[in-house]
Design a protein around this ligand. Structure first.
Ligand code: PMP
Length: 408
């Protein structure tokens, strides 16, 4: 019967993408999906990825065999080092279990599934606390595996910055051993990250309540252009002795969106039983992975592995990252300067204060709809814009369009 499978709504973000594609106006500005675009509004294949691709294609021994269940070891090992540091004790002490996943989404899912199955030691509380707001898919992924979700305050509407007091209060009020999802850097959708001092305060509240951190790291190298700096929060929590989970995506920082290259990592706390814990966790992750995807896709992992394992290519990758993050920062400055020039009502400092791929503009849903209908500007209903959709040709047009709706 039809009621057995009711019609589901279209995914809002992919619906927005479809509407934008169908718009034939030459003025159209696509600020919807979080994918990097160059100054010509075109997808950018990183030059270092092109090089790695050529190396792979010229390898006569290359084949299309299955990867092991846990994925390409030369990739997952370097992926862990990228997050934790090359000389991290966690690596030398074998405190990390890494599994290659279907990009960041697959890593969050594998982590969620693992928690749903095994996070039982501390009694009944298995609630996952998500930032308000967060990447919309977090809600669905944790709900799908049957874990209850709750939120902690994150974005402060007036300051358009971090609601650190609200966040700390919520973390302190949450029952002990709660699971707390944290964005490692370049928070999606707000572009607001805690400062180093604020991360210390967050870690201290979480340690006091014995909370369990789950880091989602989808933008390493995108926030500051510096891979180590963007992993700072994760490394700090590890140094503090937390046992934690990390979901890692290589979609944005390698521009490998559709190749689905990602990793899930379990990091054990330092203890005499560490080696045993890591081995047992790895064995269970392998069982979960086997029934979900059997083994991960090979191509994106090979590309990333080629770059991560070669000094010269790694240096070139860092250069490519600086190109992307630098262009985004330049667009933030250009947009802010344009608002200043136009005398656009309101304060716009948050445009340059926020970092990473996105900016939470503060525009209302009605204003967003108006921008779409009257100016062919596409952004999500919550007023989030993907900064990478702006370029030297459309930033003036966009600023004028916003200026107009703000004054109406
Ligand atoms: N987490 C966050 C916060 C994200 O913004 C994204 C990408 N939109 C992801 C995870 C996962 O993306 P992907 O599966 O493409 O790696």
């Amino acid at each position: 019967p039809p009621e057995a499978v009711p019609q589901a709504p279209e995914d809002p973000l992919f619906g927005l993408m479809r509407a934008c594609k169908a718009d034939t106006s030459p003025d159209k500005v696509d600020l919807g999906i979080g994918a990097y675009r160059d100054d010509n509004a075109k997808p950018w294949v990183l030059p270092v990825v092109k090089k790695a691709d050529e190396i792979l294609r010229n390898d006569p021994d290359l084949n299309h065999e299955y990867l092991p269940i846990a994925g390409l070891a030369s990739f997952t090992r370097k992926a862990a080092e990228l997050l934790l540091g090359t000389s991290a004790p966690t690596i030398s002490e074998k405190r990390v279990a890494s599994v290659q996943t279907i990009s960041g989404t697959g890593a969050v899912h594998l982590g969620a599934l693992f928690l749903a199955r095994f996070y039982k030691i501390h009694g009944a509380n298995r609630t996952v606390y998500l930032s308000n707001p967060t990447w919309a898919n977090h809600n669905q992924i944790f709900t799908n595996v049957g874990l209850p979700i709750a939120t902690y305050p994150y974005f402060h509407k007036e300051t358009r910055g971090l609601d650190i007091e609200g966040m700390k209060r919520a973390l302190a009020d949450a029952p002990e051993h709660s699971i707390i999802l944290l964005h490692a850097c370049a928070h999606n959708p707000t572009g607001v990250d805690p400062t180093t001092d604020q991360w210390r305060e967050i870690a201290s509240v979480m340690a006091a309540k014995k909370h369990f951190p789950f880091f989602d790291c989808a933008y390493q190298g995108f926030a500051s252009g510096d891979l180590d700096r963007d992993a700072g929060a994760i490394r700090f929590f590890v140094e503090q002795g937390f046992e934690l989970l990390i979901a890692q995506s290589f979609a944005k920082n390698f521009g490998l969106y559709g190749e689905r290259a990602g990793c899930f990592h379990f990091v054990a706390a330092p203890s005499p039983e560490t080696a045993g814990t890591t081995t047992r966790v790895a064995s269970q992750l392998a069982i979960l992975q086997r029934s979900e995807i059997s083994n991960p896709p090979i191509y994106g992992a090979r590309i990333a592995s080629t770059v991560l394992n070669d000094k010269a290519l790694f240096a070139e990758w860092q250069e490519n990252l600086r190109t992307m993050s630098g262009r985004i920062i330049a667009m933030r400055q250009a947009l802010k300067a344009k608002f200043d020039e136009l005398g656009t009502p309101g304060t716009w400092n948050h445009i340059t204060d926020q970092i990473g791929m996105f900016s939470f503009t503060g525009l209302s849903e009605a204003q967003v709809v108006k921008l779409r209908d009257e100016s062919h500007v596409y952004m999500t209903k919550n007023g989030r814009i993907s900064m990478a959709g702006l370029n030297t040709r459309n930033v003036d047009y966009f600023a004028r369009a916003v200026d107009k709706v703000v004054r109406e």
